[in-house]
Ligand binder design. Structure first.
Ligand SMILES: CC(C)(COP(=O)(O)OP(=O)(O)OC[C@H]1O[C@@H](n2cnc3c(N)ncnc32)[C@H](O)[C@@H]1OP(=O)(O)O)[C@@H](O)C(=O)NCCC(=O)NCCS
Length: 333
């Protein structure tokens, strides 16, 4: 699917939230048969944040959204809608957006959840942009929040090293003409479903004592298959964003890839001929936070003064489904 925005719409503020507890590679090596050296060289991850028991994605998402609203200088009651992007909702229902709405006091907003795995935030952002461009709503919050520890097998060294908990939020509204989201491309190929999934706990295989005993309520992944698809598709869709809009890679201000594995990110950046300093990186400190990687990496780049008005930014994401996509923005503030 390609974009067709009738008005200039963009991000006008960002926020983030991580739980306090830091879990290092050494901590993980005390849990499963792995080493700091293996994790660092194979993934680029040094540490991650994990929630304490009882904390849900809506808690992280609400905190990130409060920061985004404060940065925008507006109250929660000015929001028309909340799109909560997550693969780890607090509960099957009600939706996480409803819980966030209540926690931030967004009294006039409606909301819904969007799940496209690690592409959730990107798909949520393009959806929100289309909602605003249509004129139906004026101000939408897109919140990427995940508690990945809730679906990770603490005994599986293939996955326990990879993920962290966190949340990022952005405010989406009309911006100056010619700025904001210039283009996007969202894709899905469901034949990739077996390679990365949580087999039980849904309608086809409801949770039972047997599914829990078999560990089917955890992430199941064939890492190499995911790896090679992620590199190819993130690179291709990013290149498409540039080519289709006549932007030379050397004029790209910032490349923000989904933070899945540093080797995946580097390979995608290399195919775009981008130097490492123009690629956002927070995987080293926070690991893969699924729906939160893109908004937190953007927020941190803004905080570090790496983005100025008029800069071209490309988002690229890849996740279970398979789902993937890219977005080109011209920074609006
Ligand atoms: C998971 C991933 C890090 C594994 O790295 P890899 O280089 O592909 O490693 P492999 O799966 O080939 O495993 C190589 C060896 O390391 C071992 N290994 C796997 N995890 C390990 C760990 N945590 N510590 C030590 N050894 C480990 C494997 O058992 C295997 O051993 P063997 O050769 O004796 O069989 C990598 O495939 C990856 O990042 N994939 C994408 C994951 C992802 O991004 N998921 C989210 C999608 S959005």
């Amino acid at each position: 699917m390609t974009r067709s925005l009738t008005h200039s719409v963009g991000i006008t503020a960002t926020g983030q939230f991580y739980p306090e507890r830091i879990v290092t590679n050494k901590d993980i090596a005390a849990m499963v048969d792995t080493t700091d050296e293996w994790i660092t060289t194979r993934t680029g991850i040094h540490q991650r944040r994990w929630v304490e028991p009882g904390v849900g994605s809506s808690d992280l998402g609400a905190a990130a959204l409060k920061m985004a609203l404060a940065n925008r200088g507006v109250g929660a009651d000015t929001l028309d809608a909340i799109v909560a992007c997550t693969v780890t909702p607090d509960m099957m229902f009600p939706c996480t957006a409803a819980l966030i709405q209540d926690k931030v006091g967004a009294s006039k907003a409606y909301g819904f959840d969007l799940n496209a795995a690690c592409s959730s935030f990107l798909f949520g952002l393009s959806t929100a942009a289309a909602m605003v461009a249509s004129g139906a709503v004026q101000r939408v919050a897109v919140v990427g929040c995940d508690v990945m520890t809730s679906i990770m097998n603490p005994q599986d060294r293939n996955t326990v090293v990879l993920f962290g908990d966190g949340a990022g939020a952005v405010i989406v509204e009309r911006v100056e003409e010619g700025y904001g989201i210039l283009d996007f491309e969202n894709r899905v190929d469901g034949s990739g479903a077996p390679y990365l999934c949580m087999p039980a706990g849904g309608s086809r295989k409801p949770a039972s004592a047997e599914t829990v005993a078999a560990g089917e309520h955890y992430i199941h992944q064939q890492g190499q298959e995911v790896f090679k698809n992620a590199v190819r598709e993130m690179a291709e869709v990013s290149r498409l964003m540039l080519d289709r809009n006549g932007v030379d890679p050397k004029d790209l201000g910032l490349f923000i890839p989904h933070q899945a594995n540093h080797r995946i990110m580097e390979a995608a950046a290399k195919r775009l001929e981008l130097p490492a300093e123009r690629m956002a990186n927070n995987i080293t400190q926070y690991a893969n936070t699924t729906s939160a990687t893109l908004p937190t990496a953007l927020h941190q780049s803004l905080e570090a003064g790496k983005v100025k008005k008029g800069d071209y930014i490309v988002f690229a994401a890849f996740g279970a489904g398979f789902t993937w996509g890219g977005m080109l923005m011209k920074w609006a503030y």
